[in-house]
Design a protein around this ligand. Structure first.
Ligand SMILES: [Zn+2]
Length: 243
């Protein structure tokens, strides 16, 4: 994930933000400071308008233009057909994940798909419509590892904000069985001890955050929720803050 680690480049009036988990680039323009964010984060979370994205209106098929809709404060993709005027709202995706343990071993899946094919991580993916985040984490675990757990038994352990593009909610759960069956998105599934986690071959930085935190919290009956935000500053540098 070279792009993940690449610092954003500051341009005149705009900056580049790498899409954290996809590796694709998107361009944004600072509109104005929002009163809802503190100054250190103003530049990047929710205050840029994407200049990449859909080309055509999903309602009428006309081309889209980027402009600030009336009454809005941000640039968005807007249908050029004045009869239609459809506005595309690009909001963060919700990612759900589960760090599953059994007898002090943790369930890891090796990714069979891009991005980060061949790298390891806990089951995670995008929340589907109609699911709670716990249910989504349980579904992802079933899909990737063939492992069932009761969503109500899972505990929230981490919440990560990724530059306004993703919100990740990560749970932990102690499994009743160590049986598994790799799903089509996984080339391998294993239970490993905390010391045997392949720290140098993890899929995403957030996977490392989650596993480190789960390891630190493993003896805590009630885990502390780790809350982190990763964003790009005005001078184009990646930054991570607690909270
Ligand atoms: Zn339209």
């Amino acid at each position: 994930m070279m792009m993940y680690r690449k610092a954003a480049t500051l341009l005149v009036g705009s900056f580049y933000v790498s899409a954290f988990q996809s590796g694709s680039f998107q361009t944004g323009t600072i509109i104005r400071k929002s009163p809802f964010f503190n100054s250190s984060r103003t530049s990047n979370i929710g205050t840029f308008a994407l200049t990449s994205g859909p080309s055509f209106c999903e309602k009428c098929g006309s081309t889209l233009e980027i402009k600030i809709p009336q009454g809005d404060e941000r640039k968005r993709h807007v249908c050029r057909n004045s009869e239609c005027g459809y506005i595309v709202y690009n909001n963060p995706k919700v990612v759900v994940g589960a760090i599953c343990t059994h007898s002090d071993r943790v369930l890891l899946c090796q990714r069979a798909i891009e991005p980060c094919k061949g790298k390891w991580g806990y089951p995670q993916g995008y929340l589907e419509l109609g699911e709670t985040t716990r249910q989504g984490a349980a579904r992802e675990t079933w899909e990737e590892a063939g492992v069932h757990f009761d969503p109500s038994k899972s505990e929230l352990i981490a919440l990560y904000n990724l530059a306004g593009m993703q919100i990740q909610t990560i749970y932990r759960v102690e499994l009743e069985s160590d049986e598994f069956e790799a799903g089509h998105e996984s080339s391998d599934v294993r239970f490993v001890t905390w010391d045997d986690i392949p720290w140098d071959h993890l899929a995403f930085p957030t996977v490392q955050w989650g596993l480190e935190h789960a390891k630190n919290m493993k003896d805590e009956i009630k885990p502390t929720v780790q809350e982190r935000t990763k964003f790009v500053t005005l001078d184009g540098q990646w930054k991570v803050e607690e909270g």
